[in-house]
Design a protein around this ligand. Structure first.
Ligand code: NAD
Length: 498
């Protein structure tokens, strides 16, 4: 039996954030929700309440949007700010994240059930990097001179912020998604109303305060945690919000797109996935299994691009299943603040029941369910790493996003067949290929219908590389230069010289 120990108590700043009175962050200050509605914040590693958050309602969304709209006035400090000054503020936000990196990591563990090392190395690191990357952009957003065929007329394009950007995010990467959404919007000059997930509101609220200290004028960045059907829906239908950037499930994304269509809003949707990951017999098998296990078991499978459909060449199928189970058995499961833990809980009781339901139905349908690892005692929402073999492409566990540490393994015989089966999915977020052959790599990366394709590796992102989905995994892109287009209008200016 593996034992784990807690190295030290909570950082004072984390303890004080947990003890803070429930609040939203609107117009540069902490405010109670107008309805005084609150919700407990639960530590998924223990199942106990650690804080209380305010829940925004429609009146709070109105107040936040009004504060944001004020910053669209051409005379406002925000609109008059030079691009370089805007960039400096973004850079200071990135540095502020680094300055509090360990404390942010601790907060992400307590709020979202992460593991401390990964939270520090991935969530916090990449949130900071994203602000630093976009800090370079305000001074590079520019229009063009247009070669029109009208003598005596000069035409140029200018790029302007699209307006107030409304953002709604999932619970699985609370701080990281702040970077992905807020940084490009602010770089483009859009004031922001950010509806953090009701499950994991703490890091976004803290970041908004640090952004204010970094020099963002009041009302440019408002953070309003709340329930989707109230706060989220109010933001989606608000007439003064011109752009919506959503990260969450395909079901909710669909509703948002429908409702946004009434006011012809710009929408970016980063939705669910059921990513295919393919191991060819000429791959470095140990690397392929380690990478595939890391991809699906990291953050207990609660990542949108998790490689949850593993296709393995028939000749190596049994060997891969065995090696996957050894990788799973080597994981130490526990609370993410404890030393030596590399596999944490699911985010909530609801998510635990959802994942358990999928696995029980797979077993009832005749699949071979293998589980490894030892769950810790206590009340956390733990579910063991799970490998499901003996399945067919039509089964529920193969088609639907489970969003837990569950991988289905399917044998295949040749490249054309596996490409066809990999693409036979509603989703198209990510895909992976493990092979020693350049020809196979090229053929597969061309054939696979997914927004990101990994070859002989899995799961990295970078602020410079666009991220998003094909098909029902969404449209539009976060990160990279492409993401800025979602926050900018192009205006053609015609000057008649007579
Ligand atoms: P969810 O769709 O239930 O909730 C996401 C957000 O939408 C939350 O803030 C929620 O309050 C809000 N919401 C819910 N109903 C709403 C409504 N009617 N109107 C407006 N807002 C509403 O998703 P979740 O359970 O929080 O997250 C898991 C899902 O997110 C998975 O499907 C996962 O794949 C997806 N995800 C995708 C990406 C990506 O980049 N593609 C990244 C992370 C997570």
């Amino acid at each position: 039996m593996s034992t784990t120990t807690r190295a030290h108590g909570l950082a004072p700043v984390v303890a004080s954030r947990l003890a803070a009175a429930p609040h939203l962050f609107i117009d540069g200050e902490r405010r109670e929700a107008l309805s005084s509605r609150t919700q407990p914040v639960i530590d998924p590693g223990t199942g106990t309440q650690i804080a209380t958050t305010a829940c925004a309602g429609p009146a709070d969304i109105d107040a936040a949007v009004a504060a944001a709209v004020r910053n669209l006035d051409p005379a406002s400090e925000w609109r008059r700010m030079t691009p370089l000054e805007r960039g400096r503020i973004l850079s200071r936000i990135g540095e502020a994240i680094y300055a509090h990196a360990d404390q942010f990591a601790e907060l992400e563990v307590l709020d979202g059930g992460k593991v401390r090392g990964a939270a520090r190395a991935i969530d916090v690191e990449f949130a900071a990097r994203t602000f630093l990357y976009f800090a370079g952009w305000p001074s590079k957003i520019q229009g063009t001179t247009v070669p029109v065929s009208h003598p005596g007329i000069h035409v140029r394009t200018e790029r302007e912020p699209v307006g107030v950007a409304g953002m709604i995010t999932a619970w699985n990467f609370p701080l990281l998604l702040c970077g992905w959404k807020m940084a490009p919007a602010l770089a483009a000059g859009c004031p922001v109303v950010f509806k953090a997930s009701e499950e994991t509101p703490l890091s976004a609220l803290w970041l908004a305060e640090l952004a204010s200290e970094a020099g963002l004028p009041d009302g440019v960045l408002n953070v309003v945690p709340g329930h989707g059907a109230e706060a989220g829906a109010a933001l989606v239908s608000h007439p003064d919000v011109r752009k919506l950037s959503f990260t969450g499930s395909t079901a909710v994304g669909r509703q948002i797109a429908r409702s946004a269509a009434d006011l012809v809003k710009r929408v970016t949707l980063e939705l669910g996935g059921k990513s295919a990951n393919i191991i060819f017999p000429d791959a470095d098998l140990d690397a392929a299994v380690a990478g595939s296990a890391g991809g699906i078991f990291w953050h207990s499978g609660q990542t949108c691009s998790a490689p949850s459909r593993l296709f393995v060449h028939r000749d190596i199928h049994d060997e891969v299943v065995e090696k996957l189970l050894s990788e799973a058995a080597a994981l130490t499961i526990g609370h993410g603040l404890d030393e030596g833990v590399d596999f944490g809980p699911l985010v909530s009781q609801r998510q635990l029941e959802r994942v358990r339901g999928y696995v029980e139905r797979a077993a009832a349908d005749g699949a071979k369910v293998h589980q490894a690892g030892e769950l810790p005692p206590g009340g956390g929402f733990f579910f063991p790493p799970t490998v499901i073999a003996g399945v067919t492409d039509e089964m529920e566990c193969v088609r639907e996003e489970i969003f837990g540490p569950v991988v289905v393994v399917l044998p295949f015989d040749d490249a054309d067949e596996v490409a066809r089966r990999a693409n036979a999915s509603d989703y198209g977020l990510a895909a992976g290929v493990w092979t020693g052959s350049v020809a196979t790599e090229h053929a597969m990366t061309r054939a696979l219908r997914a927004g990101t394709v990994y070859v002989n590796g899995w799961g990295l992102t970078d602020p410079a590389a666009p991220f998003g989905g094909f098909a029902q995994s969404g449209y539009g892109r976060d990160l990279g230069p492409d993401s800025l287009d979602g926050y900018l209008e192009t205006k053609s200016v015609w000057t008649f010289h007579g």
